[in-house]
Every structure is written in structure tokens, then in C-alpha cells.
Design a binder for this molecule. Structure first.
Ligand SMILES: [Zn+2]
Length: 317
């Protein structure tokens, strides 16, 4: 299981225990912000609940094979796409179906993703099922936030929080999904996405990310080669857009911090650190933060770039 889904060990322990026991709760609610993989985790646990093998989900037994091919008769999934998109009809169908005994095994699993998208009527109908759940059913539910759900629903489910990943794990998960990603890009994306794998993937696939990757690389190369003019050229790209420039300088700060961490042994990937000692890196970080702060004032962006560059050269020249 751990290699099938990165991180969130506490959630996995709760669900794994449930999947291996006769005495499980009838409804689990995985909640956490969008992009954390709640539906993927719930799907994996649906498989575990239905699996007839040893190390659930084994991926080899007939039940796991049926899940893989989408033909398991005791599994149903509904996914809310937007507010009020899960209608009472869908819930009625589940209510009728869940009273019928399982076809194959001992349990029927219903995965309802984004239950916050149920209409009020659907919620009321679903509540009746939660109040008197048939013995052989398990509901695996997901929601972005408990506050979006009626209290009556929340009080009848077993809540399972799903959290963002630590940077180290997110980098690994990203590299597994996108093997061509460089270590440095994975680290940047992990930082920008705040531990959210879905956001990190969307981030690295954006044009802006690719463009900034190129610019950061040029910036580092220019520092390596001590080419002042090249640094100015990189800084000129976003000069006309203060917010973009601020974000770009923010990325430079992150890059310098990662280089600093690498020097002090705390980085996820050692990467190729900049050729400066920790003291210089600390000064460079402070300088970049200072220039970034001044961009929020009326200071002329071109003059700021020139100042930034001149100060860098005083430090490293
Ligand atoms: Zn199996």
C-alpha cells in the first residue's frame, strides 16, 4: 500500500485496519484540500475492502483484477464535478442497490467523491442510508472541507484527514510521475505547491513554470560565470510586470535557500549548489528579499534591477 500512495501514513493505517476487519465502520470520510489524492486513496481502499488476497489490495486476486478492469459488481463510484452536481437520483439508486446483498464477496463498496457537491435533497436521502446502513456496505466518501457538509452527515461518518506531503515525499512522488523532471524542478514545484501533489503536477506542466525554469538556470549560469550583463538580461524579462518580477525574485530566494540547505546538509537533493559559501548565500538571500520588498513600492523596476545586480557583484565579484 505504501508504495501505491505516497505519505499520509495515519490515514493508511486507519483504512488498512478497516479493510482487513469484519468490524469496520460503515462510512469513512477522507477530507482535505483538492489535489491531495483523496479519490485515488479512496479507490485504493475500495480495492482493499473487496480484495480476497492476503496483503490487501494484492492486485492479483479475481476481485482486484475486476477492480482493475472496472467490472467489479460490488463497487460503484460517483464523482461530484461541481456544486449541486450529485442529484437525488444517484443517491436513490445507491439506496436501492445497497440493500441487496453483495454479488461476489462479503461487502459492497460505494465511493462518492466530493460529497459537498450533493444537492440538499441528495444529502437528505443519503443521510437516511447513513442512519441505517445495511451491514454489508462501506461508503468511502471524500470532501474538500468538513465545513461544506451538513453536521448530520459529518457526525455519522468516520473522519480521515488527508494532508499535504512533506517536500521530500512530494519530490519523490513527482519524480515517479514525471521521470524527466530534474531534481531542482521537483524541489521548486514541491515548494510552490505547498505539499499538494495535484497542484505540483499542474504547476510543472504550466508554461510559466517552464519559462521560469529556463530563466533560473540562466541566472545561476550567469552567477557561475560571473557575467553581470547576463544577470541583467534575466532580470529584464519580467521588469515590466512588477508582480511577475516579485514572484520571480521569490523563486530566486527559494533557489538560494535550497543552495544554502544543500551546503548545510539539509536539502532534499544536494543538487549542484551555487559556488558560494553559506555566509554569501545568506547575504544574497537578504539582498534579494530587500529588492523584492522595494518592488512593492513605487521604486523604478529598471533601477532596482541595476541596483540588485551591482550589489550582487560587490558580493561575489
Ligand atoms: Zn486482491
Amino acid at each position: 500500500m505504501s508504495e501505491l500512495f505516497f505519505g499520509n501514513d495515519a490515514a493508511k493505517v486507519i483504512l488498512k485496519k478497516a479493510a482487513g476487519s469484519q468490524d469496520h465502520h460503515h462510512a469513512y470520510l477522507l477530507y482535505g484540500e483538492d489535489g491531495l489524492g483523496k479519490k485515488t486513496l479512496a479507490r485504493l481502499f475500495a480495492e482493499a475492502f473487496l480484495c480476497t488476497g492476503e496483503d490487501k489490495p494484492c492486485g492479483r486476486c479475481p476481485a482486484c483484477k475486476k477492480m482493475e478492469h472496472g467490472t467489479h459488481p460490488d463497487f460503484q463510484m460517483i464523482v461530484g464535478e461541481k456544486k449541486n452536481s450529485i442529484h437525488i437520483d444517484s443517491v436513490r439508486k445507491i439506496r436501492q442497490d445497497c440493500v441487496v446483498k453483495p454479488n461476489d464477496g462479503s461487502v459492497k463498496v460505494y465511493l462518492i467523491a466530493n460529497i459537498q457537491d450533493m444537492t440538499e435533497e441528495a444529502f437528505n436521502a443519503f443521510l437516511k442510508t447513513l442512519e441505517e446502513p445495511p451491514l454489508h456496505t462501506v461508503f468511502l466518501l471524500t470532501a474538500a472541507n468538513l465545513d461544506l457538509l451538513p453536521e448530520t452527515i459529518v457526525s455519522r461518518v468516520f473522519p480521515v484527514p488527508v494532508y499535504p506531503l512533506p517536500d521530500r515525499l512530494l519530490c519523490r512522488a513527482l519524480k515517479e510521475r514525471l521521470p524527466k523532471l530534474s531534481d531542482d524542478e521537483a524541489e521548486r514545484a514541491a515548494e510552490l505547491a505547498g505539499g499538494n501533489l495535484g497542484k505540483a503536477i499542474a504547476c510543472v506542466q504550466s508554461e510559466e513554470f517552464t519559462q521560469r525554469s529556463g530563466l533560473l538556470e540562466q541566472f545561476v549560469k550567469a552567477l557561475y560565470a560571473k557575467r553581470e550583463y547576463d544577470v541583467l538580461k534575466v532580470l529584464a524579462v519580467y521588469e515590466k510586470d512588477r508582480e511577475q518580477q516579485r514572484q520571480f525574485l521569490g523563486e530566486i530566494v527559494s533557489l538560494l535557500r535550497r543552495a544554502l540547505l544543500a551546503k548545510t546538509g539539509g536539502a532534499v537533493y544536494s543538487g549542484k549548489g551555487l559556488p558560494f559559501g553559506p555566509q554569501r548565500l545568506v547575504k544574497l538571500i537578504a539582498l534579494t528579499e530587500e529588492v523584492r520588498g522595494k518592488l512593492s513600492t513605487n521604486a523604478n523596476a529598471g533601477i532596482l534591477s541595476a541596483y540588485y545586480c551591482a550589489e550582487i557583484w560587490q558580493m561575489i565579484g
